[in-house]
Ligand binder design. Structure first.
Ligand code: ATP
Length: 452
């Protein structure tokens, strides 16, 4: 069945998102003062908070809320044989073509087929080269002498660190199948990147969970993980009408996959993959057993010490791509005093700053009172203190960076300890005693429902 083409109906564009991200300190171009490094980005003060919170939400969901999933942090540099066993040396390629005239380089599967057929450049009409396969792994060398024995790769995915450690992890953590291992970390791919901001980059972060199951139960677990990953995004308070499943057809399936679905998100530039859920069969562990000549079979103590090679269900999400999704999803505009203003409607659990504490005016001791409130809240939340400019403008600045709650200390605070608590989305305000703030914020975060 052909997938229906939905039209993006949000207010974000890649230009608006990338310019807001730069202006407010979410994401900067890498090495900007030298003209920028293609495919690499730096996360600024707000960006690093947002990224950490997205990672923390995923980590909590996968490890803390599952008794049988544990964490791992494997090295980026691995033995080069890993990438032979995994199939990456042989298969991890993209088809490339170059324009002989304007020198532009394209992925052959990402330009219209007629350009490939007629060998004409989609940009300048010049002649294209033959399609050739290009390996996406970054190759470097280890040690002082650069020769064929010093070749080492920057990992193109975090998953292999999990596979080669699965016995260490299972034995040390006393895990029985079914169990999972979760990992967040950097991955590197020599991609051609020209547009779409941080969507596709050469250096990025992944959040991967590999779930080890008994052969024969894999299809059931595959369906279960599809359900759980969908429910996870729902919990993040994002717009679920912008999510859909895409099943890989036979010609899209990776060399290791028995079945694969992508969770796609409707970005301003169209539907794009956000996360993959894959049934990897027993491919990975069998290959590592073959290449390492180690017995990597699982011994099932609950089934008469029967040995088998586990099947793996993988959930593989991009952390940095999730951050782009969260920015696009949160982006909204509204009108105030005839002006269009940007608002980021983050879930309060993900917002880089949870609460801003603002004195109504700086004088008459209000600044000190507000600073005291901020200091108390900082123990539990990311708090911003801001005393400069008119109060309306300070609210606006917080809306623009997605701060869900503003706390204002005024003259009444001096008298009875009450403050104004303002909500970003409804712009409603309520009065509350300052000592009750922390508990109220916790409740608001837990019970948050998106209203806009
Ligand atoms: P694509 O088809 O977009 O190249 P893929 O199918 O190769 O992606 P996987 O290898 O399944 O992707 O990687 C899992 C996840 O890692 C993707 O869903 C995506 O979120 C993220 N990811 C992969 N490549 C990149 C990249 N170059 N930049 C940012 N994120 C990436």
């Amino acid at each position: 069945m052909p997938e229906e083409e939905s039209v993006y109906n949000g207010k974000a564009t890649m230009e608006k998102i990338s310019s807001l991200a730069k202006r407010k300190g979410f994401v900067f171009q890498s090495s900007e003062i030298y003209g920028g490094q293609n495919g690499a980005w730096d996360y600024g003060p707000l960006g690093v908070e947002l990224k950490n919170k997205i990672a923390a939400a995923w980590w909590k969901e996968m490890t803390r809320l599952n008794d049988n999933i544990v964490g791992l942090d494997a090295a980026i540099l691995m033995h080069p044989r890993v990438w032979e066993a995994s199939g990456h040396v042989e298969n991890f390629t993209d088809p490339l073509v170059d324009c002989k005239k304007c020198k532009a380089r394209f992925r052959a599967d990402q330009i219209p087929p007629e350009n490939i057929e007629k060998k004409t450049c989609p940009e300048c009409g010049g002649e294209l080269t033959e399609t050739r396969n290009f390996n996406l792994m970054f190759k470097t060398s280890i040690g002082p002498v650069e020769d064929s024995s010093s070749v080492i790769y920057l990992r193109p995915e975090t998953a292999q660190g999990i596979y080669v450690n699965y016995k260490n992890v299972a034995q040390s953590a006393r895990l029985k199948i079914p169990f999972g291992i979760a990992q967040i970390g950097k991955a590197f791919r020599n991609e051609i990147v020209t547009k779409n901001f941080i969507f596709r980059t050469c250096e990025f972060e992944q959040m991967e969970m590999q779930f080890f199951v008994k052969p024969g139960s894999d299809e059931e677990w595959f369906d279960e993980w599809k359900k759980r990953r969908w429910a996870y995004y729902n919990k993040l308070g994002v717009k679920m009408e912008n999510f859909r499943w895409h099943k890989h057809g036979p010609d899209e399936l990776a060399h290791y996959a028995k079945d694969a679905y992508d969770i796609e998100y409707l970005f301003p530039m169209g539907w794009k993959e956000l996360e993959g859920v894959h049934n990897r069969s027993d491919y990975d562990i069998s290959r590592h057993a073959e290449y390492s000549k180690k017995d990597l079979q699982y011994i099932d103590q609950d089934d008469g010490n029967k040995k088998y090679t586990p099947f793996i269900i993988e959930t593989s999400a991009g952390l940095t791509r999730n951050l782009l999704m969260i920015l696009c999803d949160a982006y909204d505009e509204d009108e105030a005093n005839g002006e269009t203003r940007a608002v980021l409607r983050f879930h309060p659990a993900l917002a880089p700053i949870t609460a801003a504490v603002l004195p109504l005016v700086k004088k008459d001791g209000l600044a000190e009172i507000a600073q005291g409130i901020a200091a108390e809240l900082k123990e539990d939340f990311n708090v911003d203190y801001d005393q400069s400019g008119a109060i309306g403008r300070r609210y606006r600045r917080q809306d623009e960076i997605g701060t869900p709650f503003c706390v204002t200390a005024d003259y009444e605070t001096k008298e009875n300890g009450s403050v104004t608590l303002r909500f970003r989305d409804s712009m409603e305000q309520t009065r509350i005693h300052k000592n009750a703030l922390a508990e109220r914020l916790r409740k608001e975060i837990k019970e948050y429902k998106r209203i806009k």
